[in-house]
Design a protein around this ligand. Structure first.
Ligand code: FE
Length: 288
Protein backbone atom coordinates (compact mmCIF):
# COMPACT_ATOMS: atom_id res chain seq x y z
CA UNK A 1 0.00 0.00 0.00
CA UNK A 2 1.20 3.49 -0.80
CA UNK A 3 2.63 5.82 1.85
CA UNK A 4 0.42 8.87 2.24
CA UNK A 5 1.88 12.32 2.72
CA UNK A 6 -1.01 14.25 4.22
CA UNK A 7 -1.22 17.88 3.27
CA UNK A 8 -2.18 20.65 5.61
CA UNK A 9 -4.96 22.21 3.59
CA UNK A 10 -5.30 25.95 4.13
CA UNK A 11 -8.26 27.04 2.00
CA UNK A 12 -10.72 24.62 0.49
CA UNK A 13 -12.57 25.25 -2.71
CA UNK A 14 -16.35 25.50 -2.40
CA UNK A 15 -19.12 24.26 -4.69
CA UNK A 16 -19.95 26.90 -7.27
CA UNK A 17 -22.88 25.05 -8.85
CA UNK A 18 -24.63 21.70 -8.85
CA UNK A 19 -25.30 19.92 -12.14
CA UNK A 20 -27.77 17.17 -12.83
CA UNK A 21 -26.92 15.03 -15.85
CA UNK A 22 -29.11 14.60 -18.92
CA UNK A 23 -30.43 11.15 -19.78
CA UNK A 24 -29.46 10.23 -23.34
CA UNK A 25 -28.26 7.33 -25.45
CA UNK A 26 -25.22 6.92 -27.62
CA UNK A 27 -23.46 4.28 -29.71
CA UNK A 28 -25.94 1.61 -30.82
CA UNK A 29 -28.40 2.61 -28.08
CA UNK A 30 -26.48 2.55 -24.82
CA UNK A 31 -28.39 4.40 -22.10
CA UNK A 32 -26.28 6.87 -20.22
CA UNK A 33 -26.31 10.15 -18.33
CA UNK A 34 -24.35 13.01 -19.88
CA UNK A 35 -23.07 14.97 -16.92
CA UNK A 36 -20.61 17.27 -18.62
CA UNK A 37 -22.35 18.62 -21.70
CA UNK A 38 -21.23 21.03 -24.41
CA UNK A 39 -22.28 24.13 -22.53
CA UNK A 40 -19.85 23.31 -19.70
CA UNK A 41 -16.81 22.78 -21.97
CA UNK A 42 -15.56 26.32 -21.48
CA UNK A 43 -16.08 26.33 -17.72
CA UNK A 44 -14.48 22.91 -17.26
CA UNK A 45 -11.73 23.26 -19.90
CA UNK A 46 -9.75 20.94 -20.59
CA UNK A 47 -12.63 18.45 -20.08
CA UNK A 48 -15.09 18.07 -22.93
CA UNK A 49 -17.54 15.45 -21.77
CA UNK A 50 -18.40 13.13 -18.88
CA UNK A 51 -20.83 10.27 -19.36
CA UNK A 52 -21.98 8.13 -16.46
CA UNK A 53 -23.43 4.74 -17.31
CA UNK A 54 -24.89 2.21 -14.94
CA UNK A 55 -27.51 -0.47 -15.42
CA UNK A 56 -28.28 -4.09 -14.57
CA UNK A 57 -30.58 -4.34 -17.57
CA UNK A 58 -28.62 -5.72 -20.58
CA UNK A 59 -31.02 -3.93 -22.98
CA UNK A 60 -29.46 -0.67 -21.76
CA UNK A 61 -25.89 -1.55 -22.72
CA UNK A 62 -25.63 -4.77 -24.77
CA UNK A 63 -25.38 -3.11 -28.21
CA UNK A 64 -22.29 -1.16 -27.14
CA UNK A 65 -20.46 1.31 -29.34
CA UNK A 66 -19.72 -0.18 -32.79
CA UNK A 67 -16.98 1.30 -35.01
CA UNK A 68 -16.79 5.09 -34.74
CA UNK A 69 -14.03 7.66 -35.20
CA UNK A 70 -12.36 10.20 -32.87
CA UNK A 71 -9.82 12.95 -33.46
CA UNK A 72 -8.27 15.69 -31.37
CA UNK A 73 -8.66 14.56 -27.75
CA UNK A 74 -8.30 11.68 -25.26
CA UNK A 75 -10.97 9.32 -23.94
CA UNK A 76 -10.65 7.87 -20.45
CA UNK A 77 -13.00 5.02 -19.59
CA UNK A 78 -13.23 3.89 -15.97
CA UNK A 79 -15.17 0.71 -15.35
CA UNK A 80 -16.70 0.34 -11.89
CA UNK A 81 -18.33 -2.92 -12.88
CA UNK A 82 -18.48 -4.88 -16.11
CA UNK A 83 -16.49 -6.14 -19.04
CA UNK A 84 -15.97 -4.29 -22.34
CA UNK A 85 -13.84 -5.16 -25.37
CA UNK A 86 -12.00 -2.39 -27.21
CA UNK A 87 -10.61 -2.64 -30.74
CA UNK A 88 -9.19 0.16 -32.83
CA UNK A 89 -7.79 0.93 -36.26
CA UNK A 90 -4.31 1.54 -34.80
CA UNK A 91 -4.19 -2.18 -34.00
CA UNK A 92 -4.89 -1.94 -30.27
CA UNK A 93 -7.17 -4.38 -28.55
CA UNK A 94 -8.00 -4.78 -24.88
CA UNK A 95 -10.53 -6.04 -22.40
CA UNK A 96 -11.62 -3.50 -19.83
CA UNK A 97 -12.83 -5.11 -16.60
CA UNK A 98 -14.11 -4.10 -13.17
CA UNK A 99 -11.94 -1.39 -11.60
CA UNK A 100 -9.89 -0.97 -14.77
CA UNK A 101 -9.11 2.09 -16.83
CA UNK A 102 -8.68 2.47 -20.56
CA UNK A 103 -6.83 5.57 -21.69
CA UNK A 104 -6.93 6.32 -25.40
CA UNK A 105 -5.32 9.28 -27.08
CA UNK A 106 -7.16 9.62 -30.37
CA UNK A 107 -4.67 12.19 -31.66
CA UNK A 108 -4.88 12.49 -35.46
CA UNK A 109 -7.52 9.78 -35.59
CA UNK A 110 -8.68 6.32 -34.67
CA UNK A 111 -11.73 4.30 -35.49
CA UNK A 112 -12.67 2.08 -32.59
CA UNK A 113 -15.39 -0.07 -31.10
CA UNK A 114 -16.35 -0.62 -27.48
CA UNK A 115 -18.52 -3.71 -27.10
CA UNK A 116 -19.75 -5.31 -23.84
CA UNK A 117 -18.46 -8.80 -23.25
CA UNK A 118 -21.16 -9.70 -20.75
CA UNK A 119 -24.71 -10.86 -21.39
CA UNK A 120 -26.14 -9.82 -18.03
CA UNK A 121 -25.21 -8.29 -14.71
CA UNK A 122 -24.25 -4.74 -13.89
CA UNK A 123 -22.31 -2.48 -16.20
CA UNK A 124 -21.31 0.76 -14.54
CA UNK A 125 -18.64 3.38 -15.10
CA UNK A 126 -17.63 6.66 -16.64
CA UNK A 127 -16.22 7.98 -19.85
CA UNK A 128 -14.36 11.27 -19.64
CA UNK A 129 -13.12 13.26 -22.63
CA UNK A 130 -9.94 15.23 -22.09
CA UNK A 131 -8.98 17.78 -24.71
CA UNK A 132 -5.56 17.80 -26.37
CA UNK A 133 -3.59 21.01 -26.77
CA UNK A 134 -3.58 22.33 -30.36
CA UNK A 135 0.05 21.25 -30.77
CA UNK A 136 -0.87 17.59 -29.97
CA UNK A 137 -4.19 17.19 -31.77
CA UNK A 138 -2.54 15.49 -34.74
CA UNK A 139 -0.20 13.30 -32.63
CA UNK A 140 0.09 9.53 -33.07
CA UNK A 141 -2.79 7.64 -31.46
CA UNK A 142 -1.90 6.05 -28.11
CA UNK A 143 -3.71 3.47 -26.07
CA UNK A 144 -3.31 1.65 -22.79
CA UNK A 145 -5.35 -0.60 -20.55
CA UNK A 146 -4.79 -0.52 -16.83
CA UNK A 147 -6.33 -3.50 -15.07
CA UNK A 148 -7.64 -2.72 -11.57
CA UNK A 149 -4.49 -3.94 -9.80
CA UNK A 150 -2.39 -1.41 -11.76
CA UNK A 151 -4.33 1.59 -10.46
CA UNK A 152 -2.37 3.07 -7.52
CA UNK A 153 -4.45 3.20 -4.36
CA UNK A 154 -4.06 4.56 -0.83
CA UNK A 155 -6.03 4.36 2.40
CA UNK A 156 -6.11 7.21 4.91
CA UNK A 157 -6.25 6.93 8.73
CA UNK A 158 -10.04 7.08 8.74
CA UNK A 159 -10.25 4.31 6.13
CA UNK A 160 -10.92 6.49 3.10
CA UNK A 161 -9.86 4.59 -0.03
CA UNK A 162 -8.49 6.65 -2.90
CA UNK A 163 -7.72 5.27 -6.34
CA UNK A 164 -5.40 7.55 -8.32
CA UNK A 165 -6.17 7.16 -12.01
CA UNK A 166 -4.13 10.17 -13.03
CA UNK A 167 -2.17 12.99 -11.47
CA UNK A 168 -0.98 12.93 -7.87
CA UNK A 169 -2.88 12.96 -4.58
CA UNK A 170 -1.34 13.12 -1.10
CA UNK A 171 2.00 12.03 -2.50
CA UNK A 172 0.63 9.07 -4.47
CA UNK A 173 1.23 9.20 -8.20
CA UNK A 174 -1.47 7.91 -10.53
CA UNK A 175 -1.38 5.49 -13.43
CA UNK A 176 -1.20 8.25 -16.05
CA UNK A 177 0.43 11.67 -16.09
CA UNK A 178 -0.02 14.24 -18.79
CA UNK A 179 1.92 17.42 -19.35
CA UNK A 180 0.09 20.63 -20.23
CA UNK A 181 -3.40 19.57 -19.05
CA UNK A 182 -2.03 17.91 -15.85
CA UNK A 183 -5.22 15.90 -15.22
CA UNK A 184 -6.06 14.71 -11.71
CA UNK A 185 -8.59 11.88 -11.65
CA UNK A 186 -9.46 10.19 -8.36
CA UNK A 187 -12.07 7.67 -7.30
CA UNK A 188 -12.76 8.18 -3.60
CA UNK A 189 -14.66 6.00 -1.11
CA UNK A 190 -15.35 7.81 2.17
CA UNK A 191 -17.11 6.40 5.24
CA UNK A 192 -19.96 8.31 6.89
CA UNK A 193 -18.64 11.28 8.83
CA UNK A 194 -15.10 11.03 7.48
CA UNK A 195 -13.38 13.92 5.72
CA UNK A 196 -11.16 13.69 2.65
CA UNK A 197 -8.66 16.33 1.61
CA UNK A 198 -6.47 16.62 -1.44
CA UNK A 199 -4.45 19.39 -3.02
CA UNK A 200 -5.63 20.86 -6.32
CA UNK A 201 -3.48 23.39 -8.17
CA UNK A 202 -5.19 26.79 -8.16
CA UNK A 203 -4.71 26.97 -11.94
CA UNK A 204 -7.03 23.98 -12.47
CA UNK A 205 -10.73 23.66 -13.21
CA UNK A 206 -12.23 20.94 -11.01
CA UNK A 207 -15.42 19.04 -10.25
CA UNK A 208 -16.68 16.09 -8.26
CA UNK A 209 -19.37 13.65 -9.30
CA UNK A 210 -21.01 11.68 -6.49
CA UNK A 211 -22.24 8.21 -7.47
CA UNK A 212 -23.09 6.74 -4.04
CA UNK A 213 -24.26 8.38 -0.82
CA UNK A 214 -23.76 12.10 -0.31
CA UNK A 215 -21.01 14.55 0.63
CA UNK A 216 -20.68 18.11 1.83
CA UNK A 217 -18.15 20.60 0.53
CA UNK A 218 -18.16 23.49 3.00
CA UNK A 219 -21.92 23.73 3.63
CA UNK A 220 -23.13 22.57 0.23
CA UNK A 221 -24.65 19.09 0.03
CA UNK A 222 -23.82 17.11 -3.11
CA UNK A 223 -26.07 14.09 -3.42
CA UNK A 224 -25.71 10.98 -5.53
CA UNK A 225 -25.91 11.52 -9.33
CA UNK A 226 -24.89 15.17 -8.96
CA UNK A 227 -21.83 16.97 -10.18
CA UNK A 228 -20.48 19.76 -8.03
CA UNK A 229 -18.34 22.26 -9.94
CA UNK A 230 -15.63 23.46 -7.57
CA UNK A 231 -14.94 27.17 -7.35
CA UNK A 232 -11.74 28.66 -8.74
CA UNK A 233 -10.11 31.12 -6.39
CA UNK A 234 -6.47 32.06 -6.30
CA UNK A 235 -6.11 31.54 -2.55
CA UNK A 236 -7.42 27.95 -2.51
CA UNK A 237 -5.00 25.03 -2.36
CA UNK A 238 -7.32 22.05 -2.55
CA UNK A 239 -10.65 20.69 -1.44
CA UNK A 240 -12.09 19.30 1.80
CA UNK A 241 -14.99 16.89 1.37
CA UNK A 242 -17.02 15.30 4.20
CA UNK A 243 -19.28 12.29 3.69
CA UNK A 244 -22.71 12.86 5.26
CA UNK A 245 -23.29 9.16 4.66
CA UNK A 246 -21.02 6.51 3.17
CA UNK A 247 -20.11 7.97 -0.21
CA UNK A 248 -18.25 7.31 -3.43
CA UNK A 249 -17.33 10.03 -5.86
CA UNK A 250 -14.87 10.87 -8.58
CA UNK A 251 -12.80 14.04 -8.39
CA UNK A 252 -11.50 15.44 -11.67
CA UNK A 253 -9.27 18.48 -12.18
CA UNK A 254 -7.15 19.81 -15.03
CA UNK A 255 -5.31 22.85 -16.29
CA UNK A 256 -7.35 24.79 -18.84
CA UNK A 257 -5.97 25.09 -22.37
CA UNK A 258 -7.74 28.38 -23.15
CA UNK A 259 -7.83 27.48 -26.84
CA UNK A 260 -10.84 27.59 -29.17
CA UNK A 261 -13.01 24.45 -28.98
CA UNK A 262 -14.78 23.43 -32.17
CA UNK A 263 -16.62 20.12 -31.83
CA UNK A 264 -18.40 18.14 -34.49
CA UNK A 265 -19.62 14.93 -32.83
CA UNK A 266 -16.58 12.73 -32.16
CA UNK A 267 -14.08 15.30 -33.51
CA UNK A 268 -12.79 18.19 -31.40
CA UNK A 269 -10.48 20.68 -33.09
CA UNK A 270 -9.66 24.39 -32.82
CA UNK A 271 -11.20 25.73 -36.03
CA UNK A 272 -14.08 25.01 -38.40
CA UNK A 273 -11.51 24.58 -41.16
CA UNK A 274 -9.82 21.77 -39.21
CA UNK A 275 -13.21 20.08 -38.75
CA UNK A 276 -13.81 20.20 -42.53
CA UNK A 277 -10.37 18.68 -43.12
CA UNK A 278 -11.12 16.02 -40.48
CA UNK A 279 -14.39 15.04 -42.18
CA UNK A 280 -12.59 14.93 -45.50
CA UNK A 281 -9.80 12.75 -44.04
CA UNK A 282 -12.33 10.42 -42.43
CA UNK A 283 -14.49 10.04 -45.56
CA UNK A 284 -11.42 9.39 -47.71
CA UNK A 285 -10.20 6.69 -45.32
CA UNK A 286 -7.16 8.64 -44.10
CA UNK A 287 -7.71 7.75 -40.44
CA UNK A 288 -5.19 5.33 -38.97
FE1 FE B 1 -15.39 6.10 -28.62
Amino acid sequence: MNKVKKIALQHSRTVESLIEGVATSDGAGVKLTRVLTGKLQRRLDPFLMLDAFGSDNPDDYIAGFPDHPHRGFETVTYMLSGLMRHRDSAGHEGLLGTGGVQWMTAGRGVIHSEIPEQKDGVMEGFQLWLNLPAQNKMSEPWYRDFPSEQIPEYVTEDKTTVRVISGCSNGVKGAVTREITEPLYLDVHVHAGATFETAIADTHNAFIYVYRGAVKVDDVLVESSRMGILSNAAETDGVRITATKEARFILVAGKPLNEPIVQYGPFVMNTQEEIHRTLDDFRSGRFA
